[in-house]
Design a binder for this molecule. Structure first.
Ligand code: CTP
Length: 400
């Protein structure tokens, strides 16, 4: 089922050049099944036409508190009733100030004041000086205290030519935040540490030994944990994937670096999920210079030494996090996975068949714990990840 299936949102646009991104945001939300009513302030109509937003949303666009198309003249009430949330994107400095002071002098501000229990999310968009101004910061703090969710802002190049904080988040980032917003929050208040991707063990400055892990499963789990309300730390080997929005990523290459990064974080985490395909050995006699072919074309005599078992070590840490291991096997999944769970000393181990999952966008998780095994259906990686996070949350013991 699409993430926003049959959910109706009110998308409010206020005056800012970022209005052009709102058309794309609306589209992406529709891709995920959302129905969207658009409300625009007068200022927003200078940056985006109502015709564009009407054509994209397939619904009337509202700009006026006195709109005669609404038979009871109560658009400010009726639009939010039954809506999943009001999302203001872009939210200008002026509109944020209005919200903070409870003003209601146009349809959008009136609708926000009259929205009752309907949640309000805002995506600020303004020049960096306007964002940093104490008045704006005061207003934003007030909105947070009032329970409004602030999405962003982002940082970088601004339409005015300056660089800094204040850009509206990109449509894809806002979409991820909205999808996260509608997910249940069984890991609220928890910190989750996740390893993902392959490691790459150096042979010489241009050659490594690595594996085929794409990182997709680990990244999907990081995203699902974030959606579930956790603070997430992702320790990732080399992948081509962008970090899920809202998840800080520590980038590593070798198993030794992954080990060091995990050990520096693990003690303060509630859950550790080891998804990475960690190399079992590293090359002891790696060369500082590129290894050249010899006249006889002899292959180099590489010597290997074992890498630390990160998962087993964290699992043994006194007072350490609750640990989840992974086993990507090519055969005898059940026997290998249960044996691995015992060997690593973890309460939950997730098995999957490498040939069924590696590099692809779908997977079948089999959960192994003290009670036996449970096979989940074949699902997209994000859906499988959400099911896993739910299973973890249900098993997580209360920590003192
Ligand atoms: N793991 C780890 N550190 C290692 C090796 C593995 O943290 N040095 C973790 C993986 O992230 C995974 C689990 O241990 O969660 C199982 O990894 P796997 O490579 O399948 O296990 P191994 O112990 O290496 O067993 P084998 O290669 O013999 O299957």
């Amino acid at each position: 089922m699409p993430d926003l299936d049959q959910q109706r949102f009110v998308l409010g646009l206020t005056g800012g050049i970022a209005c052009y991104k709102s058309a794309e945001l609306l589209r992406r939300m529709q891709d995920h099944g959302a129905d969207i009513d658009v409300v625009m302030t007068e200022a927003a109509t200078h940056f985006m036409t109502t015709t564009t937003m009407q054509a994209l949303s397939g619904r009337p666009v509202y700009t006026d508190a006195w709109d005669s198309r609404v038979s009871n003249s109560m658009a400010h009430i009726s639009l939010t009733r039954g809506a999943r949330a009001v999302l203001i994107a872009p939210a200008s400095a002026d509109f944020i100030a209005k919200l903070a002071h409870g003003m209601a002098d146009d349809l959008l501000s009136t609708l926000c004041l009259a929205r009752g229990a309907c949640p309000l999310l805002i995506a600020p968009a303004m020049n960096r000086e306007m964002w940093e101004h104490p008045a704006t910061q005061r207003n934003v703090a007030q909105l947070r205290a009032d329970g409004v969710m602030i999405l962003g802002p982002g940082t970088g190049d601004q339409a005015c030519g300056e660089v800094g904080d204040g850009r509206m988040l990109e449509p894809q980032q806002l979409l991820q935040e909205i999808i996260a917003f509608v997910q249940p929050k069984p890991l609220a208040g928890k910190t989750v540490l996740i390893t993902a991707g392959p490691t790459a063990e150096k042979i010489d400055p241009v050659r490594v030994i690595s594996n085929r892990s794409s990182g997709k499963t680990g990244y999907a789990i990081a995203r699902a944990a974030y959606e579930a309300g956790a603070k997430v730390i992702l320790v990732s080997g080399p992948t081509a994937l962008p970090a899920p929005y809202g998840v800080p990523r520590i980038e590593v290459e070798t198993a030794a670096q992954m080990h060091a990064a995990v050990m520096s974080q693990a003690r303060s985490c509630d859950v550790f999920i080891a998804v990475a395909a960690v190399a079992d050995w590293h090359v002891v006699n790696a060369s500082d210079n590129k290894i050249k072919k010899t006249a006889a074309n002899q292959p180099p005599a590489l010597q290997f030494a074992p890498n630390p078992d990160i998962l087993a070590e964290v699992a043994q840490m006194p007072g350490g996090p609750w640990c989840v291991g992974f086993a990507a096997e090519t055969e005898s999944l059940h026997d290998n996975a249960q044996a691995k769970r015992q060997r690593k000393g973890v309460p939950l181990l997730v098995g999957n068949l490498a040939q069924d999952s590696m590099g692809g966008d779908a997977t079948t998780f089999v959960l192994f714990d003290d009670d036996g095994m449970e096979e989940l259906p074949r699902l997209s990686k994000i859906e499988a990840a959400r099911r896993l996070i739910d299973a973890i949350a249900k098993r997580l013991p209360d920590r003192a």
